[in-house]
Design a protein around this ligand. Structure first.
Ligand code: HEC
Length: 265
């Protein structure tokens, strides 16, 4: 067989490339009429709120409802907005994500009490610029952490994470507190306005989401805020007990015997 001429190979390669482009352009042109998602015009049907429950060891979708656009997605107060900036400044986003993907493992992992964590949706980030979706989970996702712990717990944890969660590798944010005097056992660190703003912001995470509760309306079912009051209460006790909540908000070395093993940073 004769070897193809160089000009012939160039001709065929060129024709093949041109054909690929033509096919791609035609496909892109007709695609929106085949798949409505591609025309950039998302219809109302695309905005659904799905709710899941843990039934007999399985995560099952119990309901979905169209997102009610008239329902408010909450903005931030000035204090909470300041807290967002502190969160950004302190680099919390490098270790914590703020997104629960619609995967069973994530929704179950972040459940609080009997409420399975609803996956995150785009509306939740409406007031977040920049958003803190994050890409790393050195620590747990924080998208539903609001209400999980008391403010006190959050302060103690920020001041000295290992005090609240033994073995924690989260850095201690001691500079968010004043009145720290290791030599004086009676000195109790006081959260600065930045710490208070940060905690106020953390407590908003997860607000504005709803889950379907079949027990509502006399068994007919209905939507309620994702965190049930009793979940918040039981869970608060549960989480705070499991992490050995300290009796006093901040333990100072040299104080009680319980504090002797605590590192002061
Ligand atoms: C170097 C990584 C790292 C950084 C930076 C970091 N964290 Fe953490 N965080 C962790 C780890 C690891 C845990 C899990 C252990 C624990 O609870 O202390 C955690 C846990 C938490 C928890 C408890 C979550 C839960 O559901 O129990 C909160 C709240 C939290 N971090 C907030 C913050 C905030 C706010 C900042 C920024 C001021 C921050 N973290 C910065 C690593 C980090």
């Amino acid at each position: 067989m004769a070897k193809p001429q160089a000009e012939q190979s160039v001709f065929w390669l060129g024709s093949f490339t041109a054909l690929t482009f033509i096919v791609a352009i035609v496909a892109t042109g007709i695609a929106p009429s085949v798949n409505p998602h591609l025309n950039g015009n998302f219809s109302d049907e695309d905005h659904y709120h799905a709710s899941y429950q843990y039934v007999n060891g399985q995560l099952v979708q119990v309901s979905s409802a169209k997102i009610d656009d008239s329902k408010p997605v909450f903005g931030y107060t000035l204090l909470q907005e300041r807290g967002r900036l502190v969160y950004q400044r302190e680099g919390c986003v490098y270790c914590h994500s703020q997104q629960i993907r619609p995967l069973a493992s994530e929704m179950l992992r972040y459940r609080i009490g009997s409420s399975v964590a609803p996956s995150s949706d785009e509306r939740e980030y409406i007031y977040d610029q920049p958003h803190f979706l994050g890409t790393k989970r050195n620590g747990p996702d924080l998208d539903r952490v609001g209400g999980k712990y008391s403010d006190d717990w959050q302060y103690s944890h920020l001041y000295n994470p290992a005090q609240m969660v033994p073995g924690s590798i989260m850095p201690a944010f001691t500079w968010l507190f004043v009145n720290k005097n290791p030599a004086d056992p009676s000195s109790v660190p006081i959260p600065t306005i930045d710490a208070r703003a940060l905690v106020a912001y953390l407590q908003t995470l997860g607000a504005g989401r709803e889950v379907y509760d079949p027990a509502l309306n006399g068994g007919k079912g209905g939507w309620r805020p994702w965190l049930k009051l009793q979940d918040a209460v039981t869970n608060q006790t549960m989480s705070e007990d499991t992490v050995h909540r300290a009796k006093v908000p901040i333990i100072v070395p040299g104080g009680s015997t319980a504090s002797s093993s605590v590192m002061y940073q």
